[in-house]
Ligand binder design. Structure first.
Ligand code: MN
Length: 747
């Protein structure tokens, strides 16, 4: 054994002992034995393997196990599973071996963990693996929630060590983390893990933005500390006088949440007033914890001025969030006029907030919290949704699921006073379908709080809803836009599918004729090209549109001729794979090895065809990615574009890292919105600022004024983000100007 091996051996022992000392409740001798056995098996199984960064592979399962026990608070069984989580996947041991050695429960969890894979290369597959994967994650979640908790620990460690991965893999893993794992962690109440996952993902998705915010946080740190201490002092004194046991401290918000706020409000870092929150944790027995929290709340509001309309006062003790979060939040003004958010909660509430479900269930088992908690209801909802999920369209399923289950729900009442939970943003139609499919399909409107409204009327918390329906009603495609819940959408889709299939034969006959006119073969290859180009989810939809006369000879001609012409390297790739009869997957894999590591925008234009997507209008300086589709040009999006996020999830393996060529003086289209006080000469002043800069060209300029205020929108060509920032700064200096914000996404 050489020196390095000896040191590694020591490190392994050290990490293992750390796990053992992290248990909240000492494991029984039998359990300890199992952990020991799992440890030795994992060490043996991964003996010759190393992580991408060069560390011995065993560090990874050890770290996952440590997170599982120390940060999530799970017990011995979960630790055993965490240690073994990569054994079946990466080594010669089988699931049967595991079952023989550790029993059924461990084998079942390890199996669940093995099934959710981290994305192997499977390009050109149109149904998304990511989505399938996500469905699997949720299935295991409803089966045994420990699977997903261990998976979250696994993902956290992989994110912490992501720098060792290849660029395009980094982007894919980071986007999946931000869009699936972080929301899941939030839903399961794991705030700390959620926050860390978000920040790590952001670091890879928008490195410049991330680094800037982090730097600014550091620069302002000393001043902030001082402010916090000054603010806390009077509260501390009063609480001590009241003989409350407590701890009080300031907590800086995460980079991700700061950025979210900046984008939402269209303001700079310097204009975010709540970069931190004050947290007060009351140590009180369960019987008096609530009363003590309210007492503390009263003290804070007595010492400082509260926010005028009390809008920022949140009582999540009386009505906990659906992920189990309980606390009181209030925003008060400090002596020097700054708004400060104060969060008050008991030690138990804090532990649930930080550690999530595991802590929650621990309290539940001890009979401390209610049996049928909000979190249980949420899990119930997940199970229900999976059982009725529309298996035909995995992608819709994913986006529905995200909007349905990652956001706070909506509570409404039936005329009889029964409480129903709906996803936020739900409409009358969603409510109707939740009552009964037949009622949904025949709904024509509703009485909401005794006022008549249409089916697309959005509901609000506490509404009382009575559906009005009619036998003569007929759902249309528009309904898919009216409904928010996947349940309602699936039922509407089922209905439409039945309706459409009545036109199947007619559509097929018509399409055959069109193909004949164009002397094209009516074969599955050509059909697939047409179907893809028109973004039709199935042949039924295609034939329906043909039958309705919505698709013409010209449409088909355009599609198939355009396809002939596209000569980019990847369209030839897909063609060559057909010609030479090699499997598509192999062809892609071979090609990907040759493909440029990074797409250089402004340089590769002649070699690779790409287009800047108009949904987010990326300009040089923005963090961007490319997504390639067979037979089409590479789509370039900003990494924070919602459409790009969906595409990354759907086509995770088709992401190409993109960057801008330096010093390229090409103009790109972008937009800004302006608001301010309307006055004589305002428009002239705006135009002056723009015309002073000879490198800016205006495309459109709209301005409307009302009641002494104005609203403007300018679309212009500009060279990069720096240039844009300078322009925005100049605009802000115009007298009477209130906000100047870049349009993040134009619809
Ligand atoms: Mn792993």
């Amino acid at each position: 054994m050489d020196e390095r091996e000896r040191l590694e051996q020591q490190e392994i022992e050290k990490r293992y002992n750390q796990i053992l000392s992290s248990f909240r409740i000492e494991p029984k001798p039998k359990e300890k034995e199992k952990i020991e056995k799992a440890f030795h098996l994992a060490v043996k199984a991964h003996a010759d393997m190393r992580r991408k960064g060069g560390d011995p592979y065993i560090y990874h399962p050890l770290e996952v196990a440590r997170i599982v026990v120390a940060d999530i608070g799970l017990g011995p069984t979960s630790v055993v599973c965490a240690l073994l989580h990569d054994v079946v996947e990466d080594t010669d041991y089988t699931l049967e071996d595991i079952e023989g050695m550790f029993g059924q429960t461990v084998a079942r969890i390890v199996d669940g963990l093995t099934k959710i894979d981290d994305g192997t290369f499977e390009a050109a597959e149109d149904t998304s693996l990511q989505v399938e994967n996500f469905r699997k994650i949720l299935l295991t979640l409803s089966d045994d929630v420990r699977v997903i908790l261990i998976k979250l620990a696994d993902r956290l460690h992989n994110m912490r060590t992501l720098s060792a991965m290849k660029d395009e893999k980094q982007l894919k893993i980071a986007s999946e983390t931000l869009n699936i794992y972080a929301p899941l962690a939030y839903r399961l109440g794991l705030y700390l893990i959620k926050t860390e996952l978000e920040d790590l993902a952001l670091k890879y998705l928008e490195p410049d933005v991330y680094n800037t915010i982090e730097r600014k946080l550091e620069e302002t740190n000393a001043e902030r500390e001082e402010f916090i201490n000054r603010f806390i002092e009077p509260i501390r004194k009063r609480l001590e006088n009241e003989f409350l046991k407590f701890s009080i401290f300031g907590r800086v918000k995460s980079v991700h949440s700061i950025l979210k706020k900046m984008n939402k409000k269209g303001v700079a870092f310097e204009e975010i007033y709540d970069l931190f929150a004050i947290r007060i944790i009351i140590d009180a027995p369960i019987e008096s914890e609530k009363a003590d929290c309210y007492r503390c709340y009263a003290i804070v509001n007595d010492l400082y001025t509260t926010y005028p309309d009390n809008m920022r006062r949140r009582d999540w003790i009386a009505m906990p969030k659906s992920n189990g979060y309980e606390a009181l939040h209030t925003t008060v003004m400090s002596k020097d006029g700054r708004w400060v958010e104060v969060q008050i909660r008991s030690k138990r509430m804090d532990e649930i907030a930080e550690r999530g479900v595991a802590a929650h269930w621990q309290y539940k088992n001890e009979g401390i919290v209610q049996q049928n908690s909000v979190l249980d209801r949420w899990l119930e909802g997940v199970r229900e949704m999976l059982s009725r999920a529309d298996t035909g369209n995995a992608f819709d399923f994913l986006s529905d699921f995200r909007s349905n289950f990652f956001e706070e729900g909506l509570y409404v009442y039936t005329p009889k006073g029964d409480l129903k939970t709906l996803p936020s943003g739900a409409t009358v139609l969603d409510f109707a379908f939740q009552i009964h499919t037949d009622i949904g399909l025949s709904a024509i409107g509703a009485k909401v709080n005794h006022t008549l409204v249409p089916i697309n009327h959005p509901l609000r918390n506490g509404d009382q809803v009575e559906i009005i329906y009619s036998k003569n009603q007929k759902p249309t495609e528009k309904w898919l836009e009216y409904a928010v819940s996947s349940w309602a959408k699936a039922r509407i889709r089922d209905y439409l599918k039945d309706e459409y299939s009545k036109y199947y034969d007619e559509g097929e006959t018509k399409l055959r004729e069109i193909f004949k006119t164009l002397s094209l073969q009516f074969n599955s290859k050509n059909l697939a090209i047409v179907q893809n180009a028109l973004v039709m989810p199935s042949k039924i939809n295609l034939y329906y549109d043909v039958a309705q006369g919505r698709i013409t000879v010209k449409n088909i001609k355009d599609i198939l001729q355009k396809d002939e012409k596209s000569g980019s390297w990847f369209s030839s790739l897909f063609r060559s794979s057909v010609n030479r009869d090699v499997s598509l997957k192999e062809a892609v894999q071979a090609r990907v090895e040759q493909r440029p590591e990074t797409l250089v925008l402004g340089e590769d234009m002649d070699k690779i065809r790409y287009k800047i997507s108009t949904c987010c209008n990326a300009i040089p300086g923005d963090d961007v990615i490319g997504i390639y589709h067979p037979n089409k040009e590479i789509e370039v999006h900003r990494t924070n574009c919602p459409r790009a996020i969906n595409l990354m999830l759907q086509y995770g393996d088709r992401i190409i890292k993109a960057k801008w060529k330096k010093d390229e003086k090409i103009a790109f289209l972008t937009g800004i919105t302006l608001t301010g006080v309307d006055r004589m000469g305002m428009i002239k002043d705006i135009m002056d600022v723009i015309s002073q800069d000879r490198e800016i060209n205006i495309r459109t300029f709209n301005i409307t004024a009302a009641e002494g205020l104005f609203d403007g929108k300018i679309m212009l060509y500009i060279s990069d983000t720096e240039h844009l920032q300078t322009l925005i700064k100049k605009m802000k200096k115009i007298k009477g100007m209130d906000t100047v914000v870049r349009i993040e996404n134009s619809k």
